[in-house]
Design a protein around this ligand. Sequence first.
Ligand SMILES: C[S@@+](CC[C@H](N)C(=O)[O-])C[C@H]1O[C@@H](n2cnc3c(N)ncnc32)[C@H](O)[C@@H]1O
Length: 185
Amino acid sequence: MMISKIYKELCTNKAKKIYEECGKYIIGGVLDVGSGRGYIAKEISKYGKNVQCLDVKDHNLTDLPLKIYDGKRIPFKAGSFDTVLVCYVLHHADDPTGLLKECIRVSKKRGIIFEDNADSLLTKPLDILFNRLHGVDTPLNFRSISQWIKEFKKLNLKIIKIKRGVEKQWFYPGVEHIMFVVDKV
Ligand SMILES: C[S@@+](CC[C@H](N)C(=O)[O-])C[C@H]1O[C@@H](n2cnc3c(N)ncnc32)[C@H](O)[C@@H]1O
């Protein structure tokens, strides 16, 4: 009971920090791809935004709508959402580029991506530690900042913002988190 209360507190605190970073870049309705427990989506919804959660498994602990899918073809029409948020998810996909292409397809304009820096010392061991406990697959498909930039350019995305060192947590040391904001052109 006590542990789950502390855990919820940590997750809510993380969601608040993420919103502080990306809130000003969110436009219109949001699709939260790989929404996990849903705390980030819930935080965003507090600011009057409609948020649809999407995941390959049901970890949702909120009252927000969640759609489960196969991890490949996002079950929404092209341009269904003004903003698509992909928070610490791409490195969990077997095919990160394929997932990114799907995110671009269902986005009308904006993509907001948070990722762990592949070059940080503890990125891989901490990903295994934190995710396998919760039954989340860890194919460890991490990339460096320059690899992501190359990927976004290849997909014809305009980079609006890159912010390094975002959302620092004491329980996640030695891993740099990066936020990328991109637009379809
Ligand atoms: C590390 S958790 C991140 C959860 C949440 N976005 C956050 O930052 O707290 C990764 C999530 O991505 C989901 N996931 C893995 N592969 C996925 C895919 N191909 N499409 C969508 N979600 C996926 C997992 O089930 C898990 O909920």
